[in-house]
Design a protein around this ligand. Structure first.
Ligand code: DUR
Ligand code: ZN
Length: 132
């Protein structure tokens, strides 16, 4: 699976976004070691803070299906710069994905930024912080 294909899966997921409030559609595609792709879109709610971002939708779908070996995540939105995942998603990605995994951020113009998971959220709170 190449990066272009993963991005096209993210673009497809974006078409499923449920965004009656922001009209800002985001898609994500999460690739597993076995070559399976979990797609996710953002899902909003009239109680705005209940919104789930595309990145977390894809991750939660995968984890809930028993998949946990991830090799890449692509995210796409109609932004001037490659879309920037929110803080909540950076926290969740940091916990569930390997440190050296590539996150491919892109936009509809085809600008691409690749970033390692470990650089998404420097100093992230993690499981180790829970140890006494
Ligand atoms: O990386 C991002 C950034 C924003 N959103 C969603 C949340 C909300 O539905 C809309 C506007 O913030 O975009 C995502 O899904 N992923
Ligand atoms: Zn988010």
């Amino acid at each position: 699976m190449n990066i272009e294909h993963l991005i096209s899966e993210a673009k497809e997921a974006r078409n499923m976004a449920y965004t009656p409030y922001s009209k800002f559609n985001v898609g994500a595609a999460l690739l597993t070691k076995d070559g399976k792709v979990y797609k996710g879109c953002n899902i909003e709610n009239a109680s705005y803070s209940m919104t789930n971002c595309a990145e977390r939708t894809a991750l939660f779908k995968a984890i809930s299906e028993g998949d946990k070996d991830f090799v890449a995540l692509a995210v796409i939105a109609d932004t001037k710069r490659p879309v920037s995942p929110c803080g909540a998603c950076r926290q969740v990605i940091s916990e569930l994905c390997p440190k050296d995994m590539k996150v491919i951020l892109t936009n509809l113009q085809g600008d691409i930024q690749e970033i390692n998971v470990e650089d998404l959220l420097p100093g992230a709170f993690s499981a180790e912080d829970l140890d006494e």
